[in-house]
Design a protein around this ligand. Sequence first.
Ligand code: COA
Length: 146
Amino acid sequence: MIIRKFEPADFEGVLEIESVAFSEHNPFLYMNFYEMNNEGFLVAEEKGYIVGFVVGYKVSDIEGRIFSLAVREGYQSHGIGTQLLKSIIGVFRTMSLKYSSLEVRISNHGAQKLYKSMDFIACWIEHGYYSDGEDGIIMKKQLLLQ
Ligand SMILES: CC(C)(COP(=O)(O)OP(=O)(O)OC[C@H]1O[C@@H](n2cnc3c(N)ncnc32)[C@H](O)[C@@H]1OP(=O)(O)O)[C@@H](O)C(=O)NCCC(=O)NCCS
C-alpha cells in the first residue's frame, strides 16, 4: 500500500469510497480541492486500486483542517486510516502549522477512537452541525510539540 497525492484519474475511486462512507455527498468539492489544494489531497493505493483518501487544507496561518478521511469497506481495520492521518499531519507540519482540527459525528465512535489514538482532543460540540441535525465534535491536535 502506498500513499501519494491525488491525481484526476483517482476521482472515480475516491467517489466510490465517499458515496459509501458519508451520507452527505459533494463530488464537485473534491475536484475543487484538487484544483485549489493539491498538497492536501492524498490517496491510499493498493496494487493500482484506490482504497482510501484524506483531504486536508490550511484554514489559517496556524491551523490545518482535515475535511474528509475514509477507507474503502473491506480494507478497514488494517491501519490505512492511521497511515492517511499520519500523512496529512506530515503535510501540515511541512506547512509549519501549529494545530490540526477536524469534526466528527458524535455517533462515530470508531473514528473518534482513531483520532484519540493520534492525540486529537475533543474540544467542543457543534450542535446540529450536520444536515440531518446530528451534533459534531470538534477535535484538535497540537502539531509542533513532538
Ligand atoms: C474511520 C476510518 C477512516 C478508519 O479507517 P481504518 O483504516 O479502518 O482505521 P485503522 O485500521 O487505522 O484503525 C486504527 C484504530 O482506530 C480505531 N478504529 C477505527 N475504526 C474503528 C471502528 N469502526 N470501530 C472501533 N474502532 C475503530 C481502532 O482503535 C483502530 O485500532 P485497532 O484496529 O488496533 O483497534 C474508516 O473506518 C472509515 O472510512 N469510516 C467511514 C468514514 C468515516 O467515518 N470517516 C471519518 C469521518 S470524521
